[in-house]
Design a protein around this ligand. Structure first.
Ligand SMILES: Nc1nc2c(ncn2[C@@H]2O[C@H](COP(=O)(O)OP(=O)(O)OP(=O)(O)O)[C@@H](O)[C@H]2O)c(=O)[nH]1
Length: 416
């Protein structure tokens, strides 16, 4: 849970801002109606993700609250009734994140959205590619202010290396004029492996060449910015691109993930299977397991459907924990599938640990002890369907020989 400091003298605005921010379960607000209260709050704690600061307060009419917040290294969003150009420039110079005028109800929504973007930025890795150290330092410091995780590269080759090392990079901001491989070539190379929304690429250049923008975009960039960077345009474009990326990810997730358990659904399993089994070398190492909770119907019948749902969520979380490098799928009802390409010894050891953990786990507030049965197939099969059939037949054997056991081609064990 992140704390947000709101310094605002109007009760109505305080309440609107609090409501909109706290509608998001990640945030809780501390409200201050004047400078003195803000001073007291900051003397107790400075652990605020962001402060939303009114420029004119009865006991601080000239923006002193902004200086107060910044002096405690708390990022500030200024919310005010009016701005003149010079105040706006002064505030941006001081290092505020943004300023928003109270001109319509949408302004408060903007504040809440910006705060949520900053929360998300904490886990967003950005790569800045520029051969000029000064330019890199400038861009990186702007990005750090907005809480991004920042990586740097001085050339395209270095950038490609960094991408291999940090495969969580979601955004690249790159100059065009780079030694040996220029920005166009860099983005084209990246696009061979990563789609437009897998990694956002924003091109940068100081030249006034109008062809440059379209060439960057045609090479696969998502956007383009001219130097010198204009603070607000820079962040507006970044935020806009990341918001689009998030929306597309949400759509992908809703198509690929099971709504209840958040593991992959059967549709995604079949999509991935085509890729996995197309590669003959890889498909000879695939291990498929079918996992089914034992006597699950009794849970629904005794404690209700909600308890059954809670169990399925907790059970799926355990699967994700023990098989974090594998494909975990809800095949249907209380049946799950794991597709693994790990070395078999490692996989069987994880499977055995998982089984023991399930036996010792007390699920849901109803304190349920529920076991599971597992059928495994590790032999080479020509298709997922064929391998699922083998694993399913072994699951059937496990169910018919007493449940709470793992049946594989080689091992048949009853562990109780
Ligand atoms: N709560 C809940 N129950 C579900 C869901 N999907 C399927 N079920 C229930 O899962 C139960 C499966 O029952 P059975 O197929 O008889 O299996 P079982 O009781 O686990 O018996 P064995 O597999 O032989 O151990 C049924 O009662 C379904 O209604 C779901 O999403 N939520």
């Amino acid at each position: 849970m992140y704390k947000i400091l709101v310094i605002e003298d109007s009760v109505t605005v305080r309440m609107i801002v609090k409501k909109l921010i706290e509608d998001n379960p990640h945030f809780t607000c501390e409200l201050c109606k004047n400078y003195a209260e803000a001073q007291r709050a900051l003397s107790k704690s400075t652990e605020y993700l962001v402060a939303v600061v009114d420029l004119n307060l009865p006991d601080a009419p000239n923006g002193e609250s902004v200086d107060l917040v910044l002096s405690h290294n708390v990022p500030a969003i200024v919310l005010s009734g009016n701005f003149d150009e010079s105040t706006r420039n002064q505030l941006l110079e001081k290092g505020i994140l943004d300023y928003i005028t109270k001109e319509s109800p949408y302004s408060y929504v903007q504040v809440a959205n910006l705060i949520d973007r900053i929360r998300k930025n904490i886990s967003v890795s950005v790569l800045v590619v520029d051969d000029s150290q000064d330019s890199r330092d400038h861009i990186c410091s702007l990005l750090r202010k907005f809480q991004f995780k920042v990586n740097e590269a001085y050339s395209s080759e270095d950038a490609l290396n960094q991408l291999d090392i940090h495969n969580d990079i979601k955004l690249i901001i790159s100059a065009h004029n780079l030694p040996s491989m220029d920005g166009y070539k860099l983005v084209k190379t990246i696009r061979h492996e990563r789609g437009m929304q897998d990694v956002i690429f924003i091109g940068l250049s100081a030249t006034k060449d109008s062809v440059l923008t379209s060439k960057f975009i045609k090479s696969g960039a998502n956007d383009f910015l001219g130097k010198p960077l204009h603070h607000e345009e820079f962040f507006s474009r970044i935020m806009h691109n990341l918001d689009s990326q998030d929306m597309i990810q949400t759509i992908k997730d809703s198509a690929n993930l099971d709504a209840l358990t958040k593991v992959y659904n059967r549709r995604y399993l079949h999509k991935r299977a085509d890729e996995l089994y197309a590669d003959k070398k890889r498909s000879s190492n695939i291990i498929v397991s079918m996992i089914d909770a034992d006597n699950f119907k009794q849970v629904n019948d005794t404690y209700g459907h909600k308890a059954g749902d809670d169990f399925l969520q907790e059970f799926a979380s355990l699967l994700k924990k023990y098989f974090s490098n594998d494909l975990v799928v809800r095949y249907g009802g209380e049946e799950f599938t794991i597709v693994s390409t790990q070395p078999s010894e490692k996989y069987y050891s994880a499977l055995s640990e998982f089984m023991n953990t399930v036996r010792q786990t007390v699920f849901t507030p109803h304190k349920l002890n529920i076991t599971c049965s597992i059928g495994v197939s590790s032999e080479t099969h020509p298709s997922l369907e064929a391998q699922l059939e083998t694993a399913d037949a072994r699951l059937y054997t496990a169910k018919n020989t007493g449940k709470n056991r793992i049946i594989t081609q080689d091992i048949s064990q009853k562990v109780s």
